[in-house]
Design a protein around this ligand. Structure first.
Ligand code: NAI
Ligand SMILES: O=C(O)/C=C\C(=O)CC(=O)O
Length: 366
């Protein structure tokens, strides 16, 4: 990193998050040791239906210490699913939960931990980053509520890139963009700090370098390792500092229009970063540097190119949004504004509507 005489350290508050990370190809081999270190004896294993084989593999590894498997995690943690899993944990006398999968499975583990205090050991297999955050989300009567609670932060995270080799390339790219979004917004967070800035820049760099390698060869272990390393860094940023317009828009589009999570992040990120560019020049410089700053492209254009060049969707039209719904999306997005480097609210509704139009059409930011 280059230092110059004008570099000033600003005031900051940094809260370390108490979780243990075990990283490396083959690190699933340490699972039993890690369960022991949690002081646990009976684990309930969680997964989606699509990953039930991986859940079974974990159960086989734990043998008598596997209390059972709950293979019914789904996106956005419906309250009914959370209740079912909590009841099963209680019935089986589980004293920890092992969540193997992406953000949906980790989210289910968090919903169990919220009520029971059960420690969660997360084994992430996407790049969403939920395993590093105290953020929970739960959906009741069609409404998703999110919040922060230190009880839901997984106590141990095993990052084993070998478990990500099966993540389809398309999902890998959009999930990687989801991770980058955490880091990009973390760089202009109101409560940012120098540690998170370093992690954010390095996280974007690691994922931006990994995605083309994964696209070329989906079982490229080095690419997979870099991507998972980036996911850890970016997820840590999400867990430590506040997010802004981009995450707000994605929450609106995912929650009210049922658009797929990682794809929405992929499409909106370049447009939200373009919207905030003039208000956050230092963050833009760091994002641009992490992306390699090729051809003098702006941070926003660089993010657009990263997605587009790796075959990901760049327009809302392509991921199921109807143009007739853009007005309502803009209304919802400005109805309850929160902090953003470029302030927005009802008065900026026209600009947010234009951002959504650009996203709908997949226009490359200047
Ligand atoms: N609380 C938090 O801090 C965060 C929460 N989330 C939440 O997580 C959810 C999205 O999580 P994602 O990880 O994007 O998707 P996901 O967990 O829903 O996974 C998508 C699909 O990919 C499959 N999959 C995952 N890993 C695989 C692998 N290695 N091989 C083959 N298939 C695999 C899953 O079984 C599932 O069918 C959303 O509900 C989002 O709101 C996302 C980021 C942070
Ligand atoms: O909505 C949630 O479950 C909580 C946070 C996120 O999903 C973060 C994100 O938008 O990736």
């Amino acid at each position: 990193m280059q230092h110059n005489k004008e570099h000033k350290v600003r005031d900051f508050i940094y809260n370390g998050q108490p979780s243990r990370v075990v990283f490396g190809a083959g690190s699933l081999a340490h699972l039993e040791r890690e369960i022991d270190l949690l002081g646990a004896r009976r684990a309930l294993i969680l997964s989606t239906p699509e990953q039930s084989q991986q859940a079974q593999m974990v159960a086989d590894r734990l043998a008598s210490r596997a209390a059972g498997i709950f293979p019914r995690a789904v996106m956005h943690v419906p309250i009914e699913t959370a209740r079912e899993a909590r009841e099963l944990a209680q019935k089986l006398g589980a004293d920890c939960a092992v969540a193997i999968g992406g953000g949906s499975t980790t989210g289910l583990g968090k919903a169990i931990a919220m009520e029971s205090g059960l420690p969660i050991l997360a084994i992430p297999t996407t790049y969403a980053g939920s395993e590093m955050t105290p953020i929970y989300g739960i959906t009741e009567a069609g409404l998703k509520k999110t919040g922060r609670d230190s009880r839901v932060l997984p106590r141990t995270v095993i990052y084993d890139p070998e478990l990500t080799l099966t993540l389809p390339v398309g999902m890998s790219v959009t999930s990687g963009m989801n991770a980058i979004a955490h880091a990009a917004e973390g760089l202009y967070a109101q409560d940012s700090n120098p540690v998170m800035d370093l992690m954010a820049e390095e996280g974007i760099r690691a994922i931006a370098q990994a995605l083309p390698a994964i696209r070329r060869q989906s079982d490229d272990l080095e690419g997979r390792t870099n991507a998972l390393y980036g996911a850890w860094l970016c997820g840590s940023v999400l867990g430590n500092v506040g997010m802004a317009l981009h995450h707000k828009l994605c929450h609106t589009l995912g929650g009210s229009f049922n658009l797929p999570h990682a794809e929405v992040h992929t499409v909106i990120l370049p447009q939200a970063i373009a919207f905030n560019a003039d208000a956050a020049p230092q963050a833009m410089a760091r994002i641009g540097r992490a992306l390699g700053g090729q051809g003098g492209a702006s941070a926003a254009a660089g993010l657009f190119d990263l997605a587009c060049d790796n075959g990901a969707p760049v327009s809302l039209r392509d991921i199921g949004m109807k143009e007739s719904e853009l007005d309502r999306a803009a209304d919802i997005a400005v109805s309850n504004p929160y902090w953003n480097p470029r302030p927005f609210g009802v008065a900026q509704r026209g600009e947010i509507r234009q951002l959504l139009q650009n996203a709908f059409e997949g226009i490359r930011p200047a």
